[in-house]
Each structure stands twice: as structure tokens, then as C-alpha cells.
Design a protein around this ligand. Sequence first.
Ligand code: PXL
Length: 278
Amino acid sequence: MKRIASIQDISCLGRCSLTVALPVISAMAVECAIVPTAVLSTHTMFPGFISRDLSDQLLPIARHWKSQNVTLDAICTGYLASPRQTEEVCDFFDLLAGPDTLLFVDPAMADGGRLYSGFGPDFPGYMRRVVSRAHVAVPNVTEACLLTDTPYRETEDLSWWRDLLRRVGDLGPRCPVLTGVPFGPDRLGVMALDPESGGIFQYHTPRVHDHFHGTGDIFSAAACAGAMVRGKGLPDALRLAADFTLACIQATQRDPNAPWYGVEFEKALHLLPGLLER
Ligand code: PXL
């Protein structure tokens, strides 16, 4: 069985990061080893959350795995709790990535034009180093702007997004991907540079006009990396991830009093084997 190591936080409540990566990767019949970067009572959109940083655990875990000759088909990174962890993740790559290990980086740090609470303005500069090491990097449009020092814009001018994608590529990842790109008023999708053809791949699905928390984590760390480890090429993996994320959103009946509980992906997990067969 293929094995992914997922490096990101455990938000105990709120369906994001490891609490979605684990079930989604498992449902794709891939083993998900985890490296928690922090334990939070909830994700950072809930007021008053508490957090314990686990920086001092990351490299001891990596060294122990190394001593046990653990092999990884992919290392997938998400929310990192501090600048120090961005360096530790690069050391983790050095210790445990073999020649065929896919390095999949989701620089989860911002959305809607703003950094998540708790990150200072210098954080994107630290995250840039992790992105530069990636084979596949999947910033959303806000993160791409922050990583490339580009003022954030909301525009439907696709040539502007293509330029932004190329700027992310200039940071070093082999396959830069932009998520959350508006393709007209009612469609949302992804754009990726295909290193083989040099062309740009685009895929979009109907846009649901609301904010759904944790969907980036479902998209990237879980569905997309899982699909690629299961042998799909990047375009097929991105298509699968986008379709699965939309299915999770459509399955969600949101409680208006609890808007931050994440999407009800549990109702869509059964779709994954069929999506993998397409
Ligand atoms: O879904 C991204 C994410 C992951 N982890 C934590 C977060 C967020 C987004 O807010 O707060 C702790």
C-alpha cells in the first residue's frame, strides 16, 4: 500500500487539516502517517481558540522514522504553526524524501485576501522556502499573492491569474497550481503549469457563493496527493480533487449558528473509489 506523511496541525474541532486528510486519504486506500505541527482546540476562525505548538517534535519524529527505514511515497505539508516549522519541514524533506517521494506543499496560511490569525506579515517569506522545495505547490489565490509580493486582486481577467501562476512557478516548484481562481462570475477552479508541455491546465466547476472552511485541505493534502500517489497525472488528480471538493460542499447542510464547522465531507467519502476509477 502507498504511504503519505501528512504534516499539518490537529484542530480538535472544525474539520480541517489532519481531521480531513486522514479520512480522505484512507478512503483512497492509501496509508496516512501523520506529523502534527500543533494541537488547537479549534481552527483559528473560532474566537478564543487555544493552541500548543509541537515544533520540538517534528525532527525527533523524522529521525525516529529514519532509524526505522520508513519509506514515503509522498510528503504532504499544510498549516505550519510558526516560522521555525517552515525550516523543520525542509529538514524533514532532507531526512525522509527518497528519489521518488512526491513533495506536495499547500502553503495554508491565508484566504480571502488576509493572513490567518496568528501569522505575522513576515510569515509568507518563510513559507516561500517550503514552496521552493515542492514538486507540486497548491496555494490559493491569496497565498499566491502573498508568496510573490503581488497586491491581492479579485478579477476575472484570466491573463492576470496566468501571470500570477508563472510567478509562483518562478519560486521553484516543478508544478505550480493556483486554487480558487474565478472563471467568470459563477465558476471557480484551478490553474496549473504542466511542466511536460509547458502549457497551462485549467479546470473549473460551478461556484457556490459562500465560504466553506477546510475545503482547501480536502482539495490538496487529501484528494490531490492521494490521487497522484494512486498513479494519476497532475491534470486528472486536480480534476478529481475539484470534483470531490464540490461534492463535499454540495453534501453540506450548514447550521447558520455554527458556520465554521467545516463541510460534511463524511457524506461524500463513498464517492472517492469511483472518482479514482474514472
Ligand atoms: O484550513 C486551513 C487551516 C488549517 N489549520 C488551522 C487553521 C486553518 C484555517 O483557518 O486555522 C489551524
